[in-house]
Design a protein around this ligand. Structure first.
Ligand code: NIG
Ligand code: FE
Length: 425
């Protein structure tokens, strides 16, 4: 007898399942999106019950709610694994300065950049930050991101870093997007610690990390088993390798999982620290050496590539994602949505840039934006693929071939978004 479920989507031209049995994809598996043609999927209580040929799904399941996806492709909801979506103000003036020749690092060294956004973020009320970030999430969600990681890092003192975490928690409770929180107190040295960066590192370790670890334990994220990450920007004018190691070690000891902004402009040695500490992901990697690529590829740490950054900065040295993929790395993608280096809302645009400049194939870009991005957030057992037992987060596209997501530029192919089994939009 057919099993009753809440929803069946049938007759899809194709479903790119990105199936991986909970594991990240590397090597040949990264090129395989687990395509089923003439496919269907059964969903019950927010969870995928079955996926396969449409006729098989229709014989195994029955549902009060049926969607005929004739002529349409279905993919997992995108997982944006690296963003700074909560911030006050904007940096449109810096965009103009860069067009006229200033570099991102020139602006940062002159006290602009992250610190300028810190000033605006400190001034904003919690409610205003929720409102502005929620509008950004609306855009990201409509472009297919059903899960978005969001970092702090524009508070840069204990009170304002905690304020950002409260904003991030409120967004998760109010918005259709699933949110994963990251503490990035070590994003930049705030002006009150100018020339005293070790004093700021002490503050991060002695005061902020204990405070945010306690915040997490009493937050709904802990109850719902959503991980909490610590991240550090390891770079000139930010944090050196010794400082980076101290902060990451303290975060890991407090029970957070680890991420790092590393090798963006200068390769200082943070990648070795990250791999020694077994971080969940290493992000940026624009100037990673061949030896670094080798070592990263042998590890279980995800390589998060953020090609919208260099596209936005007008730089041509994109991360060696092709080399990383060929060497067997767990390549993942993120927009890096932030007011400075990447005011980018779109995972499809990020994937499209990754195909052109990082030389990922469309299949690799889709896996990097779904199952591997879920792995970079410690959630590959829960989201990132269309497989029985996973959360029912999927996108019905306005086209019959998922490769159009990366082939077309600036067209939103997302027609219907299913998040936790709910049909939204
Ligand atoms: O990932 N590199 C450091 N952090 C961000 C930029 C944040 C900003 O410019 O506000 C990044 O590129
Ligand atoms: Fe970033």
């Amino acid at each position: 007898m057919a099993q009753q479920v809440d929803l069946i989507i049938h007759n899809a031209a194709q479903i790119a399942t990105c199936a991986s049995a909970g594991r990240p994809k590397r090597g040949d598996a990264l090129k395989d999106v687990g395509l089923i043609t003439g496919a269907g999927v059964a969903i019950h209580k927010g969870i995928i019950k079955g996926v396969g040929p449409s006729a098989e799904i229709l014989s195994r399941y029955t549902a009060p709610n049926l969607i005929n996806a004739s002529g349409q492709a279905i993919v997992p909801g995108f997982v944006d694994s690296h963003t700074h979506t909560v911030f006050g103000g904007d940096r449109v003036h810096e965009f103009e300065m860069r067009i006229r020749g200033a570099s991102y690092m020139d602006i940062m060294a002159a006290g602009g950049g992250i610190v300028s956004t810190m000033v605006h973020t400190r001034q904003e009320s919690k409610n205003n930050l929720i409102r502005s970030a929620s509008r950004r999430l609306d855009q990201m969600f409509s472009l297919g991101s059903t899960t978005v990681e969001i970092k702090t890092g524009y508070g840069l003192d204990t009170v304002n870093e905690l304020k950002m975490l409260e904003v991030i928690a409120a967004l998760d409770q109010q918005h259709s997007c699933r949110i994963v929180p990251t503490f990035l107190g070590a994003h930049s040295v705030p002006p009150e610690f100018k020339d005293k960066s070790n004093g700021y590192v002490d503050l991060v370790i002695d005061e902020m990390i204990p405070a945010v670890a306690e915040w997490y334990q009493s937050s709904h994220f802990a109850t719902e088993n959503i991980p909490f990450f610590i991240d550090v920007f390891c770079e000139n004018h930010a944090f050196n390798v010794t400082q980076t190691r101290r902060i990451l070690e303290a975060g890991l000891a407090a029970g957070l999982r680890g991420k790092i902004h590393v090798d963006q402009f200068n390769s200082l040695g943070g990648l070795d620290v990250a791999l020694d500490l077994g971080l969940t992901s290493t992000d940026h990697l624009e100037v990673t050496t061949e030896a670094g690529i080798e070592r990263l590829s042998r590890s279980d740490t995800a390589a998060v590539v953020l090609p919208a950054v260099n596209f936005n900065l007008g730089l041509t040295n994109f991360a060696g994602g092709r080399a990383l993929a060929d060497a067997g790395s767990i390549v993942a993608l993120g927009t890096d949505m932030n007011p400075g280096s990447a005011p980018c809302f779109s995972m499809p645009l990020t994937m499209a840039i990754a195909c052109r400049y990082v030389r990922l194939e469309p299949a690799e870009a889709l896996n990097a934006a779904t199952i591997n991005a879920a792995y970079a957030l410690g959630l590959s057992n829960k989201i990132g693929s269309i497989e029985a037992g996973k959360a029912a987060d999927l996108l019905i596209l306005r086209c019959d071939d998922y490769r159009n997501l990366t082939y077309l530029l600036g067209d939103n192919k997302v027609q219907t978004i299913i998040k936790d089994g709910q049909i939204i939009g």
